[in-house]
Design a protein. Structure first.
Lengths: 206, 364
């Protein structure tokens, strides 16, 4: 297939030549495939949580430790970080570099706030006697939310790296595919939390 | 700010973000302040529906699947389909067997949430009491734990030990009852236990699937005054395999350094002065802390089993003392009776207090 200049400029990320017959940027396709596999990964963790739900023999039980208002706030923070993420991508596409940097920092900052909530929550739960080994709720809860927390941590590091890199080698709208991929990852972490917030937290108090 | 894909405008992002925030608030509100007109089933329905809407809005607008190449949607959707399939299979694998043969160990009277909390160290309970969280403690106490739905496995029945044979022998009148009980996987232990006392009554009076699990039935059995060296071996094995074997192993060998052995050791405890009562206490209140068994140190937590019926607790202890292959029962073994278990209930011991009782046995 002969790549004409016209088609080459039409596809983002194509400048570097990393594309196939799909005419789609490799990294973006790769990210979507990874996210599909990550869905299965979290699917098994959530399934495991539900299978063992209500089967702990000793406390603390979910209703003893979970705090809905607190988690609602951290959920809101994570949702808003997703909002800032699309703003950052929008700014980069418009070559508005200062705003791109501001919003990218905002995403990482909100992600860090979310992590702060989670660290506080874990420490508080351990104080209440909920440990990884204490009962089934502790095991499944910490593994599920901890895995999600690791995802958030990776996302924060990734976004901060982009921010630093944008000072080392100035970014422009040509680089949007790289930010978009980070954004896809970040939004995915957000939707996983949407599910966890409902399945683990809210349902417990219905 | 002009961009080719006009629908990606900031305005649209703002609207989506506002809707997402509003949905999150609505979810919080209907959980914390359930509207009177909504049953819990409907609240659950709306929570799931709203989550799906949020999920969809993020992937559709924020992740741009709305306008992007459909190949991405295809990859992601197949991931969701496989993930959901795995999830459904997992849930069915684990929950279906329980749904087919649920044998419920009734919680003993007084074993409410308070007793469940009694299993916690005092410091933990105190912490919960002073928790500044959203839910007052009184409200927490109202949350009744889901009933234990332990799956009692079909015992590896010895040829001469079949339930149906005994049922027929003891109470011919109960034939219709046995025929009616369709859940053959969960044999009815009642008639066997009641042999000495009143053979026919529990069977004939009750066509319930599991009357034996009722603690109330225990006093009747207690009427048998004689020391009985025998016990229902099938029930003992059944309860043990279903509840104890996961840690202490089917053979009773335990896992060195992690879960203490019972084969032989339970018999040692039985022989010790006060060991009979201690064995019941361990079952009812659990055990927490450092112990030493046959020269190996253990420092773990055994949960309380008070939610099992008196007969089941007694049967598990008897199995541990005298039921393992290759371990001789203590000479003059007098099987633990359900009424002894019933008599030791309701004392609210902690695992640490049971550890002190263990120390008083003067073993190690």
């Amino acid at each position: 297939m002969s790549a004409t200049p016209a088609s080459a400029t039409a596809i983002p990320g194509m400048e570097s030549g990393h594309y196939r017959s799909t005419k789609l940027p490799d990294i973006k396709l790769l990210m979507w495939v990874f996210l599909a596999s990550d869905v299965m990964f979290f699917g098994t963790l959530i399934g495991t949580y539900l299978v063992y739900r209500g089967r702990s023999l000793v406390g603390p039980f979910p209703e003893n430790v979970l705090d809905i208002p607190l988690t609602t706030v951290s959920t809101f923070v994570l949702l808003m970080s997703s909002f800032l993420m699309v703003l950052a991508l929008h700014a980069l596409r418009g070559d508005d570099i200062p705003k791109f940097r501001l919003w990218t920092f905002g995403v990482a900052f909100f992600g860090a706030i979310f992590l702060g909530f989670q660290i506080y929550e874990f420490a508080h739960f351990v104080d209440l006697g909920l440990t990884l080994q204490g009962n089934l709720f502790g095991t499944t809860f910490y593994v599920l939310t901890g895995t999600h927390g690791v995802h958030v941590t990776i996302g924060v590091i990734w976004l901060l790296s982009i921010l630093v890199h944008s000072y080392v080698k100035p970014w422009s709208s040509k680089d949007e595919a790289y930010l978009e991929v980070a954004g896809l990852y970040w939004h995915f972490v957000d939707i996983v939390w949407i599910v966890i917030f409902t399945v683990v937290y809210l349902v417990e108090f219905v | 700010m002009a961009h080719g894909k006009g629908t990606h405008g900031v305005g649209q992002y703002v609207v989506v973000a506002l809707i997402l925030a509003a949905i999150t608030y609505v979810e919080y509100y209907i959980v914390e302040f359930p509207p009177a007109f909504m049953s819990s089933g409907w609240i659950l329905f709306w929570l799931i529906a709203l989550s799906i809407v949020k999920f969809w809005m993020v992937i559709w607008f924020f992740m741009h699947l709305k306008d992007d190449d459909k190949l991405y949607t295809g990859f992601f959707s197949s991931g969701i389909v496989i993930g959901m399939g795995t999830f459904v299979v997992l849930v069915f694998l684990f929950l279906l067997p329980r749904a087919v043969a649920p044998v419920v160990g009734d919680p003993a009277p007084g074993d409410g949430p308070a007793a469940a909390h009694g299993a916690l160290p005092d410091a933990v309970v105190a912490n919960i009491e002073t928790d500044g969280g959203s839910r007052p403690l009184a409200q927490q106490a109202g949350n009744v734990r889901p009933a234990d739905r332990t799956l009692l496995l079909t015992p590896p029945a010895a040829p001469t030990d079949g339930f149906s044979v005994r049922l027929d022998d003891l109470a011919p009148a109960s034939e219709p009852t046995t025929a009616e009980a369709p859940v053959a996987m969960a044999p009815e232990p009642a008639p066997v236990i009641a042999t000495e006392a009143e053979p026919a009554t529990p069977v004939a009076a009750d066509a319930e699937p599991a009357p034996a699990a009722e603690p109330d039935a225990a006093p009747e059995v207690a009427a048998a005054p004689t020391a009985d060296p025998t016990y229902d071996r099938a029930l003992g094995s059944q309860v043990y395999v279903a509840n104890c074997a996961a840690c202490h192993q089917v053979t009773g060998a335990g896992l060195p350094g992690v879960f203490p052995p019972l084969a032989g050791h339970a018999a040692d405890l039985y022989r010790a002065e006060g060991g009979r009562a201690y064995l019941i206490d361990v079952m009812l209140y659990g055990l927490q802390g450092a112990i030493r068994v046959n020269g190996t140190n253990y420092n773990g937590l055994m949960p309380a089993w008070a939610h099992l019926g008196d007969e089941q607790v007694a049967a598990a202890i008897n199995h541990s003392v005298a039921g393992f292959d290759g371990v001789a029962a203590p000479s003059g073994f007098d099987a633990i009776r359900p009424d002894e278990v019933a008599a030791r209930r309701g004392r609210g011991l902690t695992g640490a207090q049971v550890l002190e009782l263990r120390g008083a046995l003067g073993l190690d």
